[in-house]
Design a protein around this ligand. Structure first.
Ligand code: ZN
Length: 217
């Protein structure tokens, strides 16, 4: 579930490129989320009509004004990435990711992070973020870890489970510093996901003692 605050940041163009990419991918893969996003935009417009501007803080007013433009605007991530060719329909790569990945996941240079876990770091270069694709083999798990900052995960193919529940294609998970988890890929399908980290993760499980560059930002 996408927090309204994140949606507002995305709609107004205030979200950092990696966060915008995660949100755009989530909206591309989840019709329910896309509908919710459309409603938020509609509510934003209606609020602007019905409420005296003076009742809103300057920042809120700016955001609502930006919401009016949101429907017409291209996803912020596409603008941030510069000129991009139109997304190709039928590609297994979601439209918002195609500018970074191309048309196939198979041609990427995956590197192995752990047994059954591969990573491809996306060429975003936004300071303070690590944006990557993670491919986890069926039944394999990420090492248990907590987070120094925020972690956003969007499932592109397959599914994973952690202590918060099951996340399937199109689902998005927000993990903050309070959460320690050990995501496990679906036993049959495995999991391919987009992960955005705003700070390095901390290994907290049995592997925690290993000095490991795993998922450094
Ligand atoms: Zn995590």
């Amino acid at each position: 579930m996408l927090p309204a605050e994140v949606m507002l940041d995305y709609a107004s163009g205030a979200a950092e490129e990696p966060v915008a990419l995660a949100v755009a991918t989530h909206l591309d893969l989840s019709p329910a989320a896309a509908l919710q996003y459309q409603r938020l935009n509609a509510v934003g417009g209606a609020l602007l009509d019905d409420i005296e501007p003076v009742a809103l803080g300057a920042d809120a007013l700016d955001r609502m004004m930006a919401l009016l433009d949101a429907e017409a605007q291209v996803a912020p991530v596409a603008r941030a990435a510069g000129p991009v060719s139109a997304a190709v329909a039928g590609s297994p790569v979601p439209g918002p990711l195609q500018a970074y990945v191309g048309q196939s996941f198979e041609t990427l240079r995956w590197r192995t992070l752990a047994p059954g876990v591969e990573e491809y770091v996306l060429p975003l270069g936004t300071r303070g973020f690590r944006t990557s694709l993670l491919r986890i083999a069926p039944g394999r798990a990420m090492p248990e870890h907590s987070h120094a900052g925020d972690e956003i995960t969007v499932v592109i193919e397959g599914a994973f489970d952690d202590s918060c529940g099951q996340f399937r294609r199109g689902d998005i998970e927000f993990a903050g510093p309070a959460l320690s988890h050990k995501p496990i890929a679906d036993a049959r399908m495995g999991c391919l996901c987009l992960a955005v980290l705003s700070a390095p993760v901390r290994l907290t499980g049995l592997l925690g003692w290993v000095v490991n560059p795993f998922l450094r930002v």
